[in-house]
Design a protein around this ligand. Structure first.
Ligand code: FES
Length: 181
């Protein structure tokens, strides 16, 4: 994280404005945003309030529930407990960066097909964690899936459907890889 902060400091010119705002450059879903705000601002706040990316949800605000997860350089992390100063210079991907209503990502399609939601509040985190898992392990076994989703809380009790959705997602992605060969 130290390098990331250093890179951002260079981009910001190393100085605070009179209003206590810093220049922070965030690469989100392939677009670079130049923002003026305190470096201590939580990433989740900026994503939701400034960039209007509402896929990541505010749940606990303490890094416990996983509702706010985003991908930072491919790893699933909790945006509520990271400041923009820590992630400037990193590649940030939110749920919106995976797919769209018209063209859902295979993982999103799998969650829809498996009907893996009741209230849906946890799904952002579940899908982001699944993306991170399947990128590094395309054929996870059940224990590995459970481990990857272990600290993502679902209060509705759709765990069985969520596990099924991850298995479906792995199959859909495998089929895509096969058809692109
Ligand atoms: Fe970030 Fe709960 S809102 S982990």
């Amino acid at each position: 994280m130290g390098d990331r902060a250093g890179g951002d400091r260079a981009a910001a010119g190393g100085s605070r404005t009179d209003a206590g705002r810093d220049g922070v450059s965030l690469d989100v879903n392939g677009r670079v945003h130049a923002l003026k705000l305190p470096r201590s601002t939580p990433l989740l706040t900026v994503l939701r309030n400034d960039l209007e990316l509402n896929g990541p949800k505010f749940g606990c605000g303490l890094g416990e529930c996983g509702a706010c997860a985003v991908l930072i350089d491919g790893a699933s992390v909790r945006a509520c407990v990271l400041t923009v100063g820590h992630v400037a210079g990193s590649r940030i991907v939110t749920l919106e960066g995976l797919g769209s209503l018209e063209r859902p990502h295979p993982i999103q399609r799998a969650f829809i097909d498996a009907q893996a939601a009741q209230c849906g509040y946890c799904l952002n985190g579940m899908i982001i964690a699944t993306k991170s898992l399947l990128d590094r392990n395309p054929e996870p076994n059940d224990a590995q899936i459970r481990d990857a989703l272990r600290y993502h809380l679902c209060r509705c009790g759709t765990h069985v459907e969520i596990l099924a959705a991850v298995r479906v997602a792995a199959k859909l992605l495998a089929a895509e890889r096969g058809s692109s060969r």
